[in-house]
Design a protein around this ligand. Structure first.
Ligand SMILES: Nc1ncnc2c1ncn2[C@@H]1O[C@H](COP(=O)(O)OP(=O)(O)OP(=O)(O)O)[C@@H](O)[C@H]1O
Ligand SMILES: [Mg+2]
Length: 241
């Protein structure tokens, strides 16, 4: 998503908010022996955004705040620091353009883990849209209700927050997928019309440290991501016409 937007000429800040750091690994900025940018952001250990973000070489206007396991300790420490501000730690992201405080990124995309730890609550506190990528299997779908409920309750803190939709990924046109999708529609879940097809290129791209739209721009998966971004922009009134 970030790469598709960046290709449209948009400036994008990616925030890896998952202690596994897979996003950081994809962009070759994962380090395991330091306090990561997202951990520092949560702790407030920085003077400016420049202490947190990495400017990715080879992209104009695509920056990333990396993660690693240090995010777990930062989250735990914040959870027990009941007297500190526990939910608005990510607010500085909204004025985060490097060296130009009056300028903001066109998009800030926060990649969250599949849980609702305090680092995720902080992400929800500053977000406009929540997109939930999901496979069509029972366990993945069970989590959807929990996330939608959490988004609803977070509206008390952030009234701009909306559940934009679930994005079905790793789609294969078989009985199980079709039945699961039908079930989602019947239950009235907000879904993107676009589904991301299962494709080998997605897994392969991780070995090359490239986004799917860079690694195989003409693959089905890359095509689906472009369609998804266009749909997202239409849906949120930012359509490119
Ligand atoms: N459309 C796809 N087709 C095939 N494989 C995919 C597709 N999308 C993602 N994958 C593979 O599935 C794995 C998980 O993908 P991804 O990291 O996007 O999911 P995730 O739910 O965020 O996982 P994590 O919990 O590790 O962050 C990766 O190995 C990725 O290469
Ligand atoms: Mg992930």
């Amino acid at each position: 998503m970030a790469h598709v937007l960046n290709n449209q000429g948009k400036s994008v800040l990616l925030v890896d908010n998952d202690k596994q750091g897979n996003l950081s690994k994809l962009f070759g900025v994962y380090q395991d022996d330091v306090e990561s940018g997202s951990a520092k952001l949560l702790r407030g250990w920085y003077k400016s955004i420049n202490d947190l973000r990495v400017v990715l070489p080879g992209y104009a206007g695509l920056d990333i705040i990396p993660a690693n396991m240090s995010l777990l300790q930062a989250t735990n420490d914040l959870t027990v620091a009941a007297d500190a501000d526990q939910v608005e730690r990510f607010k500085p992201l909204l004025q985060a353009y490097p060296l130009e405080p009056e300028k903001t990124y066109d998009y800030v995309i926060i990649d969250n883990p599949p849980d609702l730890g305090l680092n995720v609550i902080n992400a929800l506190a500053v977000s406009d849209d929540v997109i939930v990528p999901t496979k069509v299997d029972a366990w993945a779908l069970e989590g959807l209700d929990t996330i939608i409920d959490q988004v609803e309750s977070m509206k008390q803190i952030n009234n701009k927050l909306q559940f934009t939709g679930a994005l079905v990924t790793m789609w294969q046109n078989d009985d199980a997928n079709r039945a699961g999708l039908e079930w989602l529609h019947e239950k009235g879940y907000k879904l993107f019309n676009t589904v991301i097809w299962y494709g080998k290129a997605a897994a392969e791209s991780t070995f090359f440290g490239k986004t799917i739209t860079e690694y195989k721009p003409r693959s089905w998966t890359a095509r689906d991501y472009k369609r998804f971004v266009a749909e997202y922009q239409e849906l949120t009134g930012q359509g490119v016409r």
